[in-house]
Ligand binder design. Structure first.
Ligand code: LLP
Length: 433
């Protein structure tokens, strides 16, 4: 992303300070120290509203993928907008409920749901279990029967569509572990339809994440529609189609489709088909909603210029933001600017490796960044609202960052920095005799 280009609701004032809505990034670091994640409430709402607008009068449900950013403050903002949720663990369901979200508008995805998780979800009144294998279908049927309940299910079908994204986040190819091969789904649907403890409610698919082209979405929707016809012919009536998440965002120079283009690609398939005309369409976006809304604020600890490479060692690391280390992803890193965003030392223009304090060569946030830096400067890693904090760890016994939600001029601390001793609070010295 060129330095001048900031995500919506991020801007600069006349002095060059980076603003999140109306709050200076430097002010956040003064108050909450660094590293700190900061999110714009307006950015979250506007992404959600763009999707809603694109659906127009077509029945739909936006099930926000909780894994992207599961802070209950963020979930609460989305619940207030009427969002449903896509979860992959009972823990995520518990968060949704703690945030005021509706389990009845929640779908449960994931290849490895445990018996306890299935039981918990059914007790909570889950909206739909997205089933990823024959063995899981059997387990759900057994548990629902034992609870004398009827479990609402969809099969997550694998449409064998190439999402053309990073191999670790591509999920819709037949070699991936996800879902049931679309050609093998029919007998499972018939079995489920005949089972008294199961209610077939829909078809689900999710082909991958960070897609920058709409055609795989269209191909997947077409394949799902073919299956929908075959199910209808066999007397299995559907109540929704869940077409998953995956819309990409701009980290540096990507040109992802707009919300309207994504939904239009889906609608071009489903609106044209009489079978689907009145069928609610569900989607499971995570990154598109939370990603551009967030930045990771970090301070430069040391500058270490060298003959071959120059390192700017910052106080955020791969434990705070894994995406660069894990996927080699390029995320824009910009200065927070004047005021409290600038350190007091000498300024050094150059090409910098932005690295963290962790003892691994893979611990970097960005390579070869042209920046003029001084020790003490505040930098912002942009597009960090999704898969940032939610993938953070305590590696190297580093407390996880604070999280702050900005709403206009208001600043809400939605997660305080972890106190150090909480990191070993569950540990014990071995007893010796
Ligand atoms: N639904 C299901 C079943 C999923 O597995 C995912 C993401 C989503 C929805 C949401 O996808 P999104 O709209 O956010 O692309 N940690 C990786 C991304 C992993 C995505 C996993 N599944 C990253 O940082 O790029």
């Amino acid at each position: 992303m060129p330095q001048s280009e900031l995500p919506p609701f991020f801007s600069r004032n006349d002095a060059g300070d980076l603003l999140i809505e109306q709050v200076r990034a430097g002010e956040i670091v003064e108050r909450f120290d660094s590293p700190t994640y900061v999110y714009s409430r307006a950015a979250i709402e506007s992404a959600f509203n763009a999707l809603t607008a694109a659906f127009g009068d077509r029945a739909h449900r936006i099930c926000y993928a909780v894994k992207a950013n599961s802070n209950i403050g963020i979930l609460n903002v989305l619940a207030r907008l009427g969002a449903g949720f896509d979860i992959v663990s009972y823990g995520e369901l518990a968060r949704v409920m703690a945030a005021g979200g509706d389990p009845g508008k929640t779908v449960f995805s994931g290849v490895g749901k445990s018996a306890d998780e299935i039981r918990g979800a059914l007790e909570a009144g889950i909206g739909c279990l997205n089933v990823e294998s024959e063995a899981e279908l059997q387990r759900i049927a057994d548990i629902a029967a034992e609870m004398q309940q009827v479990a609402p299910i969809s099969l997550r079908v694998n449409p064998d569509v190439d999402a053309r994204t990073h191999p670790y986040i591509s999920t819709g190819l037949k070699d991936n572990k996800f879902g049931v091969a679309i050609d093998e789904a029919l007998p499972l649907y018939e079995w489920a339809h005949a089972h008294p403890a199961l209610e077939v409610t829909g078809i689900d698919c999710h082909i991958g994440s960070q897609l920058t082209d709409v055609s795989p979405f269209r191909d997947a929707a077409e394949r799902v529609m073919k299956l929908a016809h075959r199910l209808t012919e066999r007397g299995i009536t559907l109540q929704h189609l869940d077409l998953g998440g995956g819309l990409g965002i701009r980290y540096t120079d990507e040109t992802p489709p707009a919300a309207a283009d994504w939904i239009e690609a889906i609608r071009s398939v489903v609106d044209a088909d009489p079978l689907a005309r009145d069928l609610p369409i569900w989607i499971e976006p995570g990154r598109f909603i939370a990603g551009p809304a967030g930045a990771l604020l970090t301070r430069v600890e040391y500058l270490k210029p060298g003959e071959h490479k120059s390192f700017a060692i910052v106080d955020a690391a791969m434990n705070d933001l894994m995406r660069p280390a894990l996927y080699g992803s390029d995320m824009a890193i910009v200065p927070a600017g004047q005021g409290s965003g600038l350190g007091a030392g000498d300024r050094h223009p150059g090409t910098w490796e932005i690295v963290g304090p962790i003892c691994e060569t893979g611990d970097f946030l960005g390579h070869e960044r042209e920046l003029e830096l001084a020790e003490g400067d505040v930098l912002a890693v942009l597009g960090a609202g999704a898969y940032g904090f939610s993938m953070a760890s305590n590696y190297n016994t580093r407390p996880r960052a604070a999280e702050v939600l900005v709403d206009g001029r208001a600043i809400h601390e939605i997660r305080r920095r972890e106190p150090l001793d909480s990191l070993w609070a569950l540990e014990q010295l071995p007893t010796t005799d």
